[in-house]
Design a protein around this ligand. Structure first.
Ligand SMILES: [Zn+2]
Length: 357
């Protein structure tokens, strides 16, 4: 069955189109409610006895990349309920379609809210302009604020940590409701006193997950002496991995020595490796010279004067902290090097003559 296109299918549900005109600036659609009666906001009784009509101007979603203005011929209606204090009320619509006093249809408001939420005021305003969605920066921010944050539920299990306004410069404090998995507070700094003040307002909190530093521990202990403090998983993992890396770094020299150094053939090194290798040889040479001088009885001061190296470096070398093992990066060819060498020695210098490996 073929469906015919009706202008009413373009406008929000519950409205019928009286007239639609279009020019280069956009589309203007005049419409009115499809319902004959509307419920009085004072007493809830429906009435359709019209007192007067007025024109309500609204913005709606663009059509074919052009802005759309709606003009609703809305009614003022008498309330005939005997006990109702209201004599006349303005016609109400389904709030999911058009909220009272709104200047935008709910479907446009929805887009505006999401743009504001995702991009913030100024970038969202630029993008909205491209989308032919009429909304200023302030409108976008108002839409975000109007929907607001969800109702505050006093938390019992919270996580507290710092976050960066600007990394390495300015930090704030972030508090999450761990049961609802939601951020519930952003404090302007990470001072224990600030956190303490916030936590004291929430005496029902039973568990605080925190970092392993002293600041938040102190704040929690003061604000919630009965509360249980736990180290959060992220900080435990972070501390453990840092300790592990420290341990590995300390025994790196022994580890390298245990792996052992292959005999280096400088002619087989890449250009970059050769530069590293030459640096390594120079360091080894200096190490030997400095250790030699020390063996002859020269004091550190004397060695510094004769070699021109810093006191710190000389001391490091004398403690054996600068001897290293030179290793080239491991290559997938390494396993086959003896075989390749043998082939080369026999005079097979092309891949085809060598056959498949
Ligand atoms: Zn009423």
């Amino acid at each position: 069955m073929q469906q015919t296109f009706r202008a009413s299918s373009l406008v929000p549900r519950g409205f019928v189109v009286d007239e639609a005109t279009s020019d280069a600036a956009g589309t203007l659609i005049t419409l009115r409610s499809a319902a004959t009666a509307s419920a009085c906001p004072g007493c809830g009784s429906p009435s359709g006895r019209v007192h007067s009509r007025y024109r309500r101007h609204l913005a709606d979603l663009p059509i074919s990349g052009r802005p759309v203005r709606l003009v609703v011929l809305a009614r003022q209606i008498h309330c005939d309920a005997v006990l109702c204090g209201r004599r006349i009320f303005t016609e109400r619509f389904d709030p999911d379609v058009l909220a009272p006093w709104a200047r935008r249809t709910a479907r446009l408001e929805h887009i505006v809210h999401h743009l504001g939420l995702t991009l913030g005021g100024r970038p969202a305003a630029g993008f909205a302009h491209r989308l032919m969605v009429p909304a200023s920066r302030d409108t976008l921010l108002r839409a975000v604020r109007r929907r607001g944050s969800p109702r505050f539920v006093p938390p019992t299990v919270v996580g507290i940590d710092d976050w960066a306004w600007r990394r390495n410069q300015r930090y704030g404090t972030l508090i999450c409701d761990l049961e609802r998995r939601r951020t519930i507070a952003l404090l302007p700094d990470r001072e224990p006193a600030t956190a303490q003040a916030w936590l004291s307002e929430q005496p029902q909190i039973a568990i605080v997950a925190r970092d392993r530093g002293g600041g938040y521990a102190l704040a929690t202990a003061k604000a919630l002496p009965e509360g249980t403090q736990v180290a959060d998983r992220w900080h435990l993992m972070e501390n453990a991995s840092r300790a592990f890396l420290d341990a590995v770094r300390k025994s790196m020299r022994q580890a390298r020595a245990a792996i052992g150094a292959a005999t280096i053939d400088p002619t087989l090194l890449t250009a970059a490796e050769r530069i590293q290798y030459e640096g390594y040889l120079r360091r080894e040479e200096d190490n030997t010279a400095i250790l030699g001088l020390a063996k002859e009885g020269a004091a550190i001061k004397e060695i510094v004067r004769r070699t021109g190296y810093s006191r710190g470096l000389v001391r490091k070398i004398l403690r054996g902290q600068r001897s290293d093992i030179f290793r080239v990066r491991e290559s997938s060819l390494e396993l086959y090097l003896p075989w390749l060498d043998a082939q080369w020695a026999e005079g097979s210098a092309t891949a085809r003559r060598c056959g498949g490996v």
